[in-house]
Design a protein around this ligand. Structure first.
Ligand code: CUA
Length: 401
């Protein structure tokens, strides 16, 4: 009798431990600040669809789990050998080859899987839904950052090219066409939708929609070389009116530099940086006075003699409109939202003072900040800049807003 009771107690305790452990795990994983990269805290309709599918599966699986546990407990009690049972004589009834049972445990799981398949197919179909007023953005992955190309009026011409941080209005659909310039990457903003691979030579679509303003973190999820682990991205969601403000700023050239250091920095930028990085209108070999262009050149880097394999580096025309840089590894502003945590703070122009130290250390030796292989055309080379040149370039970059 004691053995029976001990086994029952062990099973009950084991079941409780599994349930409590699962609950603790889920509770920790859904904390927005500490674990931004989780799918259990959906912030938009696509992510909500996926989450609700997960819930259905978990509920069905949970019911099966409980039924099996209760069955096990019951069988342990009911069929365990008693103290006065005789070995070899008091055997339970043998049911091997029982047709009814075998048909039953084949059909019941098949029905359960069929029900799950209906939920699955329904969710997969819903993933393709996109509203007519969706904003079209081409996303290009490359070693090791993400580029965003906005075609605002759907005329096939690119109106805004930016990097690292995708900006979108709250509530509205954004339809991404995801591509890659070099190897396979994978685009993933868990709060807003599932993953989608960026494959060279192919275009994959993904729809994002966010219910409320904020900054949502993402991470490349396909191993793509040295800095794969820090190939991050962010989505900044703004109220509709602020998004329009952002578009106005992004489609208006920045003010020309007026300070001496910044003017020198612009000259240096044209000489040293412009063969990879575009500031709309500045071309390598151009002479002062420099003029900004209204529109980005989508072929930039391909048409200039760029040493980069993928023939492009982030467009820096409105660099200071981003909260982070270097593939979202570094904060561009002090005091702003952390580079690796979701946040409810999102403003058109990032809040706080520019993080000069981060910009300086990046320019001083990029590969010491983030693993890269510039000799092989992957990532930013060390240009061997003097401290004075670094100061001038930083002064210029700060004017790009
Ligand atoms: Cu890009 Cu991993």
């Amino acid at each position: 009798m004691r053995n029976k009771r001990n086994a029952t107690i062990a099973l009950v305790l084991g079941t409780v431990a599994v349930l409590v452990g699962t609950w603790l795990l889920l509770r920790g994983a859904t904390s927005l600040e500490t674990f931004p990269l989780n799918t259990l805290n959906p912030q938009g309709r696509k992510a909500e669809d996926i989450f609700s599918l997960l819930l259905k599966v978990v509920v069905i699986a949970g019911i099966i789990f409980l039924l099996v546990e209760v069955g096990v407990l019951w069988m342990v009690n009911r069929f365990r050998a008693g103290e006065d049972d005789v070995e070899g004589e008091d055997e339970p009834v043998q049911v091997h080859g029982n047709t009814g049972l075998e048909v039953g445990w084949t059909i019941v799981p098949a029905v359960i899987l069929a029900v799950l398949a209906v939920f699955n197919a329904n969710t997969i179909l819903r993933m393709d839904d996109v509203s007519d007023d969706a904003i079209e953005v081409t996303v290009v992955g490359q070693q090791w950052w993400w580029e965003y190309r906005y075609d605002l009026d759907s005329d096939g011409a690119v109106d805004i090219i930016t990097a690292t941080q995708l900006v979108m209005p709250e509530g509205r659909d954004v339809e991404l066409s995801i591509q890659s310039r070099d190897v396979i990457h994978s685009f993933w903003i868990p709060a807003l939708n599932g993953k989608k691979d960026a494959v060279p030579g192919r275009t994959h679509n993904l729809v994002l929609q966010a219910d409320q303003p904020g900054i949502y973190q993402g991470q490349c999820t396909e191993f793509c070389g040295l800095s794969h682990g820090v190939m991050r991205m962010q989505v900044k969601v703004l109220p509709a009116a602020e998004y329009e403000e952002w578009v106005d700023i992004m489609t208006t050239p920045p003010e020309q530099p007026t300070e001496e250091a910044a003017i020198a920095g612009q000259e240096l930028f044209v000489q040293q940086c412009s063969s990879c990085h575009q500031v709309n209108g500045l071309e390598p070999g151009a002479e002062a006075p420099f003029e900004y262009a209204e529109m980005p050149d989508p072929d930039y880097g391909v048409t200039v003699d760029s040493p980069l394999t993928s023939k492009n580096a982030p467009n820096l025309t409105h660099l200071m409109m981003r909260d982070t840089f270097a593939g979202s590894l570094l904060k561009l502003y002090e005091g702003g939202p952390a580079a690796d945590a979701d946040s409810r703070e999102a403003s058109v122009v990032p809040a706080g003072e520019p993080n000069i130290n981060n910009l300086r250390s990046w320019l001083r030796d990029p590969a010491s900040v983030k693993p890269m292989n510039p000799e092989n055309g992957q990532g930013m080379p060390n240009l061997g800049l003097s401290e004075q040149q670094i100061d001038q370039l930083v002064a210029y970059l700060l004017t790009l807003k």
